[in-house]
Design a protein. Sequence first.
Length: 299
Amino acid sequence: MTSTCTSSGRVPPSSCSAIRRSTASGSRAARACNGATGRGSRSRNTAMDAARSACYQGITRSEHTVTQNPDDWKTHLRTIDWLDDVTDDELDALPPGRSRSCTLGQVIFSPSPAYTSIFFCIEGLVRIHRLWPDGAEMTLGYVSPGQVFGEFGLFDRYPRESYAMAATQCTVCELPIDAFRAVFDNHRLVAAAIAGQIAKRLKRVESRVANLVFRDAFARMCATLVELGEDFGNGGPAGVTVDVPLTQSELATLVGTSRQTVNAGLRKLEDAGVMGRSGQRFVLLDTKRLIELGREGLD
């Protein structure tokens, strides 16, 4: 059984109310905040940033569903195979966690002075992104079922600078990070699994940094589509379907360019028979050619 809970003390600016009523994706919610606060000269950046922060607070504190059964979080953690080494007694010794069912576009966490929780994706997809004071947004990556996020707090008292937002309807499990650190320290398999996930994400970040330096926007977009196909692709007779619902604006935040540039690039790929669409999902029709274009661009 579930109950719907609303946090108190919510900041209700009019633009945020409109965002909370919307069923649009997380990036469209961010753009609504940016549009309400991002016009004008750079001299207004401080006021813009404060207003945008209020918008995100409004989203973060919006309604979400929390499971009533106190043991649901344990049941959900048991679906993650790399936690099999953790005994029931060890889970029982942890402070109670919680499972959350999040709707599309809901903020799961936002920047804070410290990491207080660690999160596990049980179902759906979570988008990790950064937001700059001038309204620029960059998607750092996506978290899929069985993966951990918000894990940097295991290693040091870093401030948290990113947002986590539900890219689809999803279920996440949240645990106090200080308590989970004992599990991390005592189980080599758990530590190895988390380290492996971090290493994969760092490899993706290094690749994207190199792309930003050495490749133009079109080649970066092609390389990004290839990576999405490797991470989230489902092969079929019509090609590889990237099982991540993406708008052009959301793809632009991954590539590091504008929506207009992505729009023009996608048209080129479609005209060349390299890529198609199935709803909000990209279909890679010729992955080999897409890899080549990611290296050399389209003449």
